[in-house]
Design a binder for this molecule. Structure first.
Ligand SMILES: NC(=O)c1ccc[n+]([C@@H]2O[C@H](COP(=O)([O-])OP(=O)(O)OC[C@H]3O[C@@H](n4cnc5c(N)ncnc54)[C@H](O)[C@@H]3O)[C@@H](O)[C@H]2O)c1
Length: 373
C-alpha cells in the first residue's frame, strides 16, 4: 500500500478521460493523475497540458511499467476493455473500467477472474451509483418513503455519440442500449438492492442514423426482477437537444421523479449564445438550460474518490466487475429479445458464434427496420 495520494494513470485522452481527469482535480484529496496514455501523442499531451499531468505515453503498456502507479482507469473503446484489464491486472494495479464492462459475457468473466488472480480490484465506472440526486432517491426509498417499489424507470437520451468508434458495432458491441442502457440496467439493479434480473423484453430500431451505423438508435427495455419489481429503460441516440437523463420511482406509498439536468439548470434565453450549456447540447442560442457543477451532478468525482479510497483499503467498492457482468447478461438478453421478438429469461446462454451483443438483434428473425439502409 502506498502513501500520500493514490497515483492514477488514465488510458485514453478524449471524452471520458477528460471527465475523469477533471473529476480527480475537483476532488483531489485521495488521488492524483500522474500519467496518461493514448496512441495519438498530440492528444495525450494536450490532455496532460490541460490538467497538469506530468507523464505522457503513447503505449499504455509502457505506462503500466511505472512502479508508483496504483490505479489505472480505462477510458478507451469498449472492444479494448478486456485486454487492457488483463494487462493492468498483470502489472499489479487496481482497475477502474468504464462502462460497459466488456464486449462479451465471457470477456467480463475473464476480467473478474484475472483481477482476483492478481489480487487487484476491478471497479466498474457506473457513476449513476454516485449521482447525488439519484442517491437521494435511493436513500428515501430505503427510509420507506415510497413503500414497496413496483416500478422504476430510467432513461438516457441524446442525439448520438461524439466519437466514430461508437457507431462501429465491431468496436462498440451495440448502439443506444449498449452505450446508454447499460446505465439504466445498472441503475435499476442497484436501486432494487441487486435483486436478480429474471427476464428482459426489448424493442429497438434504427430511425435516424441508418446512414452511418448498423446500431439501434432507439431502444425500449423492460426488466423483471426477482423481487417482483419492473424496470423500464428508454434509450436514444436520436433525441435532439442535448443530454436528457431521468428516473421515476413508483411504490405503493409514493413516487419520485428526478431529472438529472433540469431542476439544476438555469432557465436561460440568449440571442448571442454563450460558451457551454450541457453535454451534447447543439447550441447556446435561444432557450437553453445550462447546468452548473455538471460533473459533480453526474457523480464522477465522488465515484473516483471512492475508488481511490478502495485502492487503499479504506472502503469497499460500491460498483464492481460483478455489477458490470450482471449488466452484460441483461444486455445480451435485451438484444436477443429484440432479435427474437419475445421475452428472454436470464441467465441467458449466448449461442455459439455470437461475437457481440448486437449480433443477436442484427441476425434476429424479428428484426424490424424502420428506416431503409
Ligand atoms: N460513464 C460514462 O458516462 C461514460 C461517458 C462516455 C464514455 N464512457 C465510456 O468510456 C470509454 C471511452 O469513451 P470516450 O467517450 O472517452 O471515447 P473517445 O473516443 O472520446 O476516447 C477514446 C480514447 O481511447 C483511446 N484509445 C483508442 N485505442 C487505444 C489504445 N489501443 N490504447 C490506448 N488508448 C486508446 C483514443 O485514443 C481516445 O483517446 C468507453 O468505454 C465509453 O463507453 C463512459
Amino acid at each position: 500500500m502506498g502513501d500520500g495520494r493514490v497515483r492514477v494513470g488514465i488510458i485514453g485522452s478524449q471524452f471520458q478521460a477528460d471527465i475523469q481527469a477533471e473529476s480527480l482535480r475537483i476532488m483531489p484529496d485521495e488521488a492524483e493523475v500522474v500519467a496518461v496514455a493514448s496512441p495519438t501523442a498530440g492528444n495525450a499531451a494536450a490532455l496532460a497540458n490541460k490538467h497538469g499531468i506530468p507523464r505522457v505515453f503513447t503505449d499504455y503498456r509502457e505506462m503500466l511499467k511505472e512502479r508508483d502507479i496504483e490505479m489505472v482507469n480505462i477510458c478507451a473503446p469498449n472492444s479494448l476493455h478486456a485486454q487492457m484489464t488483463k494487462d493492468i491486472a498483470a502489472a499489479g494495479k487496481h482497475i477502474v473500467c468504464e462502462k460497459p464492462l466488456a464486449m462479451t459475457i465471457a470477456e467480463g468473466e475473464e476480467m473478474i477472474a484475472v483481477a482476483k488472480h492478481h489480487g487487484v480490484l476491478l471497479m466498474y465506472g457506473e457513476e449513476l451509483f454516485f449521482t447525488p440526486k439519484y442517491l437521494k432517491a435511493k436513500e428515501m426509498a430505503e427510509a420507506g418513503a415510497f413503500g414497496k417499489i413496483h416500478l422504476i424507470k430510467q432513461s438516457e437520451k441524446h442525439f448520438g455519440p461524439h466519437s466514430p468508434w461508437f457507431w462501429d458495432v465491431n468496436r462498440s458491441g451495440g448502439g443506444a442500449l449498449m452505450d446508454l442502457g447499460c446505465h439504466g440496467i445498472a441503475f435499476c439493479y442497484w436501486f432494487l438492492g441487486r435483486s436478480p434480473i429474471k427476464s428482459v423484453y426489448c424493442q429497438m430500431g434504427t430511425y435516424v442514423h441508418g446512414d452511418k451505423t448498423l446500431a439501434e438508435d432507439e431502444s425500449l427495455c423492460i426488466l423483471e426482477f426477482a423481487n417482483g419489481a419492473v424496470g423500464l429503460i428508454e434509450n436514444s441516440w436520436a433525441r435532439r437537444g442535448g443530454m436528457d437523463d431521468r428516473i421515476e420511482v413508483f411504490g405503493d406509498a409514493g413516487v419520485t421523479y428526478a431529472n438529472l439536468h433540469m431542476g439544476n439548470a438555469l432557465q436561460t434565453y440568449s440571442e448571442n449564445g454563450y460558451g457551454y450549456a450541457v453535454e451534447k447540447a447543439p447550441t447556446t442560442k435561444g432557450w437553453t438550460y445550462p447546468v452548473f457543477e455538471e460533473l459533480w451532478n453526474y457523480g464522477t468525482p465522488q465515484e473516483l474518490n471512492h475508488f481511490a479510497r478502495c485502492a487503499r483499503g479504506k472502503e469497499t467498492p460500491q460498483a464492481t466487475g460483478e455489477d458490470g457482468l450482471a449488466v452484460m447478461q441483461a444486455l445480451y438478453a435485451g438484444y436477443a429479445s429484440a432479435g427474437e421478438g419475445r421475452k428472454i429469461a436470464l441467465p441467458y446462454q449466448v449461442p455459439p458464434g455470437v461475437k457481440k451483443p448486437i449480433d443477436l438483434w442484427l441476425n434476429g428473425s424479428a428484426r424490424t427496420q424502420a428506416a431503409p439502409r
